[in-house]
Write a protein of this length. Structure first.
Length: 400
């Protein structure tokens, strides 16, 4: 039925390029559910994060200091804006090829309204005091173990992203402007014609050619249209495209995939703002006079790569688990690309068989979310890997 509806809409798309419709109009998009209050962190993970269900939080960002303060004049009044380097892209319609050399934040502010620019950069540290640790992220377990990055998306409006997915969980809050998000379930990745070289498609989001990209005729779309002060949770591996209007500022918090319940200690109250949060991967481009450490490689460690790869595999996205045979097939092909451990033969089937047995706690031949989530931190994972290769953590040969 979706396929028939898609072709009918394409034929009727008289105002679109050559009769082609924008992405998301190939079927009737279902609205993303909405809430007007934040659930507790435990409820948020159980109801939305673990099953992978998007949700809109209406008006939950209106109490942010950023919502009330972030004018261009306020930005320029901050002394660090003159020296703090930010990343941006040439072209508001994303191509993944428009990255420009970093410039001072103040220079961006003075020019973005008259240029085809789009800032996509780590939120400058001197502005983090204006963003509280919002809603379900205010949990000691999340902040200490999962919180990864805080990114600022800033333009004069009119931006259009590619159809893509992320391998991080995402809670995006809009500070100014309006956005429309078109999403699809994580089981739809294969229908979205993703490029082999990345997690995105080269389909024209303004005019989807169903003859060239027939998979889009079969996708069930979801729509979330948000205004300033609204927030939206985008589950990991949910493909999506985003459009923006008017002066547009959004902040998104990224955290690592975790598909088992979290437990928060109410006695450990988090900091008032993100200025007091230590991020795992920090996308700051330039720190001005700030001397705090930032991940120089802007990358995950071995265990995060390993877990994200398995979470993104078709078995986990479709079934929520992965069997021994599927695990071995996946890791024998790409293990060396994920981990780059020169002293371990990552192409060895015996290595991955032994590692699977160590992770498969109940020995049922299937990896469940709770078993994959226990594979951390990096030092623990690397010791598992070395033991599975037949070497102890000190490099000595051990019996398996």
């Amino acid at each position: 039925m979706l396929v028939v509806w898609s072709y009918i809409l394409q034929i009727l798309g008289l105002n679109s390029k050559e009769g082609l419709l924008p992405l998301g109009h190939q079927s009737r998009a279902e609205p993303v559910p909405e809430l007007t209050t934040y659930p507790s962190p435990e409820e948020f993970f159980n109801t939305y994060v673990i099953p992978g269900r998007p949700v809109v939080f209406r008006g939950m960002g209106r109490d942010f200091p950023a919502y009330k303060r972030w004018s261009d004049e306020y930005f320029l009044s901050q002394p660090q804006s003159k020296t703090w380097m930010i990343g941006y892209e040439h072209g508001k319609k994303e191509t993944r090829e428009g990255a420009a050399d970093p410039i001072p934040f103040a220079e961006y502010i003075r020019n973005y309204r008259t240029h085809d620019w789009y800032m996509v950069s780590g939120l400058p540290r001197f502005l983090r005091r204006d963003v509280p640790v919002y809603g379900p992220l205010n949990c000691d377990y999340v902040l200490d173990n999962l919180m990864d990055d805080l990114v600022m998306w800033f333009s004069s409006g009119g931006t259009k992203s590619v159809w893509h997915y992320d391998d991080y969980e995402n809670l995006n809050c809009l500070i100014a402007g309006k956005k429309e998000l078109i999403l699809a379930d994580r089981t739809s990745i294969e229908l979205g014609h993703m490029l082999e070289t990345g997690s995105y498609s080269d389909v024209d989001v303004d005019a989807v050619d169903l003859e060239r990209y027939p998979g889009f005729a079969e996708i069930k779309f979801y729509n979330a249209t948000i205004s300033a002060g609204d927030c939206v949770y985008i589950p990991t591996f949910w493909p999506h495209a985003v459009r923006s209007w008017d002066r547009n500022i959004a902040i998104n918090a990224w955290w690592d995939i975790h598909k088992t319940p979290v437990v928060c200690d109410p006695a450990k109250k988090g900091p008032d703002s993100f200025d007091g949060v230590n991020l795992i991967t920090d996308s700051d481009v330039g720190r001005g006079d700030d001397a705090r450490d930032v991940d120089p490689n802007n990358s995950r460690g071995p265990v995060e790569n390993f877990r994200a790869f398995l979470w993104g595999s078709k078995p986990f996205r479709h079934e929520g688990s992965i069997g021994r045979g599927e695990f071995l097939e996946l890791l024998e092909d790409v293990g060396d690309l994920l981990l780059e451990e020169g002293d371990i033969d990552l192409g060895s089937s015996a290595l991955w068989e032994a590692l699977f047995d160590r992770i498969d706690l109940d020995s049922d031949g299937i990896l469940q979310p709770i078993e994959l989530d226990q594979v951390k931190p990096n030092d623990y994972f690397m010791s598992l890997l070395k033991e599975s290769s037949g070497r102890g953590s000190d490099g000595e040969r051990v019996e398996l």
